[in-house]
Design a protein around this ligand. Sequence first.
Ligand SMILES: [Zn+2]
Length: 127
Amino acid sequence: MTLPVFTQRLRRHPGQIKNILVNDTFLAGIGNAYADEILFAAGIYPYRRRGTLTSSEIASLYEAIHRVLNEARAVVAVRMGEDIHHKVRDFLQVHGKGGEPCPRCGSPVSQINANQRLTNFCRRCQI
Ligand SMILES: [Zn+2]
């Protein structure tokens, strides 16, 4: 998917950016954990409303989706044999790391648990 197509598609979805990312009708296959990682990589606060994103933020988001999913695929492919029943997740930067130092700035990673869904992000790095 090209950036213009991605942007167009994003415009059809109202609401908070993280909700859009985990929505299968937007893009299939981005789970809760990867949505947190993508938003961290893009420097975007998970509760930002889609309508407030600038075109450069949308471009960062587009890039981050590719980068995070490609990295994840590579790690999981290499380590799949380690333990088939255990999800390989310790390489994640912020998801599941509430209270631990942000890998970018060192301030504690925030954690919000709402609607049975964990959201982790850095209040300093993600705006
Ligand atoms: Zn940070």
